[in-house]
Write a protein that binds this ligand. Structure first.
Ligand code: HEC
Ligand code: HEC
Ligand code: HEC
Length: 460
């Protein structure tokens, strides 16, 4: 019996690792934040630090968003020419975001992606034969996208979202391949992953696949409209929206029975996209969803955290018809999950929160949380503010944030960081106050939650 000890230990380590890899999805390592913590963070995308004195600084300070009144790639959607269609599909799948290192060449990979156990680097997917995928065949590429197995038979980690890409049609994957053959070949070797033994054993992924992965292309539901089916394909296939928005099990696989009910990854809370009242999209209409995905904001909120990068590189470049299809699909999701009761907030915290809010925040967000829609997001009725998990709003208050610029909304108003000015207990009190005023309701926030996030994200 005693000989089983090490085996069990190994299995536990392996299982933990697999979980780490899968939940490590999207925990992309952000470039270091330059000195000067009074400036806004901006989070997931490589935005230069805004000038805190000019929160309305125009986008010119850090270069225009690819300038076009309409997403230039959208025409590719219906093209009969595979390369044009493939270029558009690469937008849908957000390939460039993970496969381009900040400051590096497009698609040359080597972007570090953090997991709790170490770092996994994205691969070079340019057609360079030695370090990229230049000597792959179309069939190799389909196998990688469809089964998560690379040229030569090695298993890929699900940080690469093949669990979603498997639903893409063969003709879409072939078009993507045709496009990737045309990007500039770059010699760049994928750095060795920083994973301790035995966590670096790739074949373990075969086990994970056997447990949680069912390869298979999307099959339309004949009872639903064409638009709904297109939306379902985008959300469950190339768009891999559940990669962030769906809760994971202890091995890091999506808990699809709770699909899109929200999850926190890399200290950003991907919100509930189901038809729930407070936390979900019940009060949004399709137009609100389309506007948010196209421009990064709408009358109710402004995107922050990991969603900014998704909007910047992917959804803001989608065609109007694809955005409408996604909205149709999301609006058809029934309310998911149960709402758990919580205690009303402490009155002393509410009062002190109100005083600090009025001093520091009301200038932009209004005394009644009404904000200035599409500029300074309203906090009243805001789902990010009322998320059960307050991680996102605490990070925004600590680190500041800058709106994502898009062709539809090139301005990028910013919010300054408050970490240097306010103590943990004050930030907890403001958060509790905004979460429970003007009709909002959400669990109270503790100072210890603020101090944890401060230690992880604010340089001392
Ligand atoms: C969330 C980040 C992420 C996204 C989005 C993503 N990838 Fe990747 N991809 C990775 C990582 C990380 C690896 C390396 C995985 C490993 O080491 O097992 C990878 C590996 C690959 C490989 C295997 C390359 C090799 O040499 O083994 C291919 C092919 C690939 N990705 C294509 C794509 C395409 C095409 C898209 C867009 C449709 C895409 N990826 C989107 C993160 C991503
Ligand atoms: C990299 C992780 C990630 C991916 C992939 C992702 N999201 Fe998000 N999403 C987030 C985060 C984080 C938020 C919360 C942003 C905030 O609080 O401002 C969010 C917010 C949203 C919201 C706003 C919800 C609200 O109530 O304010 C919508 C709508 C949305 N995402 C749709 C999508 C769709 C559609 C896709 C797929 C095309 C997608 N997301 C893919 C991380 C992600
Ligand atoms: C100079 C104007 C300004 C001030 C002052 C300011 N904010 Fe903001 N706030 C913004 C802007 C701009 C955004 C949008 C950032 C983005 O898009 O990521 C924002 C975003 C937010 C969000 C996220 C809303 C959403 O829809 O996701 C919260 C919560 C928030 N602010 C709370 C506060 C609190 C609390 C204070 C005071 C401690 C404060 N803000 C002070 C401008 C400001």
């Amino acid at each position: 019996m005693s000989s089983r000890g090490p085996t069990i230990a190994l299995c536990v380590a392996a299982a933990g690792f697999v979980a780490a890899c899968a939940t490590g999805n999207y925990q992309r390592v952000n470039p270091p934040v330059p000195e000067g913590s009074a400036s806004a963070g901006g989070g997931a995308i490589r935005l230069p630090q805004p000038n805190a004195d000019y929160p309305l600084d125009s986008v010119a300070a850090w270069g225009p968003p690819e300038d076009a009144s309409a997403p230039p790639d959208a025409a590719g959607q219906l093209s009969t020419e595979p390369v044009a269609r493939g270029r558009y599909l690469a937008r849908l799948g957000d390939c460039a975001a993970c496969h381009t290192d900040p400051g590096g060449q497009p698609f040359a990979g080597a972007r570090p992606i953090r997991t709790p156990f170490g770092i996994i680097y994205s691969a070079n997917i340019t057609p360079e034969p030695k370090s990229g995928i230049g000597n792959w065949t179309e069939a190799d590429f389909y196998r990688a996208m469809h089964r998560g197995v690379a040229h030569g038979g090695k298993n890929l980690y699900p940080v690469f979202p093949y669990t979603y890409f498997t639903r893409m049609s063969r003709s879409d994957v072939d078009a993507l391949w045709a496009y990737l053959r045309t990007v500039s070949p770059v010699y760049q070797v994928k750095p060795a992953n920083k994973l301790p033994f035995p966590l670096n054993i790739r074949p373990l992924m075969a086990l994970w696949n056997a447990l949680y992965f069912r390869p298979g292309e999307f099959r339309p539901n004949p009872n639903m409209s064409e638009q709904w089916n297109r939306g379902a394909y985008l959300v469950w296939g190339p768009g891999h929206c559940g990669g962030c928005h769906t809760p994971k099990n202890f091995l890091g696989a999506d808990r699809n029975r709770r699909a899109f009910q929200g999850y926190t990854l890399d200290d950003w809370t991907a919100l509930d996209l189901t038809g729930n009242g407070r936390s979900g999209l019940a009060s949004w209409d399709k137009g609100d969803i389309v506007e948010y995905l196209r421009s990064g904001r709408n009358a109710r909120t402004a995107a922050s955290g990991g969603m900014q990068e998704v909007i910047y590189d992917s959804t803001s470049r989608m065609s109007d018809s694809d955005l409408a299809a996604i909205a149709t699909y999301l609006k058809a999701l029934p309310p998911g999950g149960r709402t758990r009761a919580f205690n009303p907030p402490d009155q002393a915290a509410m009062l002190s929160g109100q005083a600090i809010y009025e001093d520091n925040c009301s200038e932009c967000h209004g005394f009644d949380g009404e904000g200035e829609p599409r500029h300074f997001p309203p906090l009243a009725g805001n789902s990010s503010v009322q998320a059960r998990d307050p991680t996102t709003i605490l990070r925004i208050i600590l680190e500041g944030s800058r709106s994502v610029p898009t062709p539809a909304k090139p301005s990028a108003p910013a919010m300054p960081a408050f970490a240097w000015r306010l103590k943990d207990s004050q930030i907890a009190a403001i958060a509790t106050y905004v979460r429970n005023s003007w009709g909002n309701s959400a669990p109270e926030v503790s100072p210890s939650k603020v101090s944890k996030l401060r230690s992880r994200h604010v340089s001392q």
